[in-house]
Design a protein around this ligand. Structure first.
Ligand code: GTB
Length: 215
């Protein structure tokens, strides 16, 4: 059974924005049970964890003699070794992988930049001046994505690891108000969040947060 790592007490207070969520969701989609090793911020920076993750972060993935870090690589590995997250047709499979990369390297960076500013820079004198530019960068990507998605349920045919990755990236905007400006994207995110595998993954990470808050 694979073991992943996750926050012992996620700073998002159980909203499922930490990147173990996408790994949990992928494992749930393919029906693969998994163990979770919970880590404090201090433990993440210890040599034992850095041996698994050079940057001292979560998530990691261990299965037999394989250790992986980077959520994209982990989800791709899961998708390649189980049915259900990548199409069988070689070209469709390559396109699904392209959507994974698009989520991580084209859509996620402006979203992370905005959410970091909203979390950590609200009290800075220049915050009000910086915010509109950050929001505009996100709107550009959301507009482009919305035009491509149109009325389709998923980005390229059936639900794939590309959608899984994109939905986890986009849902970080849930509290920003920006998704409301793009009803097709908001409905796409809601479709992802309604999947039973997403719900199971979400509940599992929420249970960790709730247990940590009780102790
Ligand atoms: N590129 C790597 C990947 O995709 O796996 C990035 C991994 C990463 O950023 N991990 C973060 C981490 O370990 C947790 S997910 N941080 C601890 C550290 O660097 O010391 C990022 C995250 C954290 C918190 C929220 N939140 O509170 O909403 C959202 C996302």
């Amino acid at each position: 059974m694979p073991t992943i790592t996750a926050f012992e007490a996620s700073p998002d207070r159980g909203k499922g924005h930490a990147r173990d969520m996408r790994v949990r969701w992928a494992l749930e989609e393919v029906g693969q049970p998994y163990d979770v090793r919970l880590l404090s911020f201090a433990a993440m920076k210890q040599p034992a964890h850095r041996a698994l993750h050079p940057f001292g972060q979560i998530p990691t993935y261990e299965d037999g003699d394989l250790t992986l870090f980077e959520s994209g690589a982990i989800v791709l590995h899961i998708a390649e070794h189980h049915d259900g997250l990548l199409p069988k047709d070689a070209n469709a499979r390559a396109r699904a992988v392209a959507w994974m990369f698009a989520a991580l390297s084209t859509v996620e960076p402006p979203i992370v930049e905005l959410s970091m500013a909203m979390m950590f820079e609200r009290d800075r004198s220049w915050y009000a001046e910086r915010l509109p530019g950050l929001q505009e960068h996100v709107r550009i990507r959301l507009g482009e994505l919305s035009r491509r998605l149109g009325k389709a349920d998923w980005l390229d045919g059936a639900f794939s690891a590309g959608d899984l990755m994109m939905v986890t990236v986009l849902r970080r905007l849930n509290t920003s108000g920006l998704l409301d400006e793009y009803p097709d994207i908001a409905a796409y995110v809601a479709r992802g969040e309604a999947r039973p595998a997403f719900r199971r993954a979400f509940e599992a990470q929420l249970a960790v947060f709730n247990a940590a808050s009780r102790s």
